[in-house]
Design a protein around this ligand. Sequence first.
Ligand SMILES: [Zn+2]
Length: 281
Amino acid sequence: MPEWPDLAVVRRRLQAALVGRRIAHASELQPLVLRLPVMGPLERVAAGRTLSAVEHRGKFLTLALDDGGQFVINPMLTGVLALTRRRDACIRIEFDGSANLDYVDPKRMGKVYYVPPGVARETSVPGYANLGPDASLEGVTAQDFAAKGRARRCEVRNLLLDPTFIAGIGNAYADEILWAARLHPKRPAKGLSAQEWNTLYAAVRDVLAEAELHVERDLPPGLGTKIRDHVQVRGRAGQPCPRCAALIVRRHLGYMETDFCPRCQPDPSGLFPVPEPGRGW
Ligand SMILES: [Zn+2]
């Protein structure tokens, strides 16, 4: 599942490998992924264009072309970009000089939108217009973060996942951030203290920056895979907490699951005590 740190690293790799290169061919090898609002094949809008920039915001990567056209990629849970040729590619963009970019998505959950020159991403890519600040929190102060968060009537984990609040945090890093901030996932956002808001703000930045370093170190040059070995609590239910050695628990929150440490992340209100193993909330 590509999350913010994966996309941050992929953006830098694509920037270094592909920007300034001319597209020789572009082909749609598997249907259901590409959203092309113009007549004709992908080849017609892309071939001959030069890639001018690669941008990352939230869960979207944008490949900007020199004529003003853009490809906006939302990989969702399963999409992966690869600089190597993959047998299972859905979309392949071949550049002069034998550079190559494949979009691979075995479950076809992700989407690749082509946005023609003169058209805004906000009007043509679902979800783009309502994006909040990027999860890097660049330009967002701790005070703004707390003020906007306090105004929401939701639990703190759902707040982190809401792309209109911060764009780019998924289930895995929501759990990691809450563990780092020692916050129970079901704490109501409006009930956090000033100190807890400061801690949460720092945790968002620190956890993502640290994860980005790990991904940068472990992601192979050709990309095409996901790196998630550095997590502390996500997917580690039943294992000892790295901080206090209590066993990490997994609980359902609606249709999602959350992993956390019941000792490091208690609910001070006592409204949501951690139940016996095997029971619900
Ligand atoms: Zn713990």
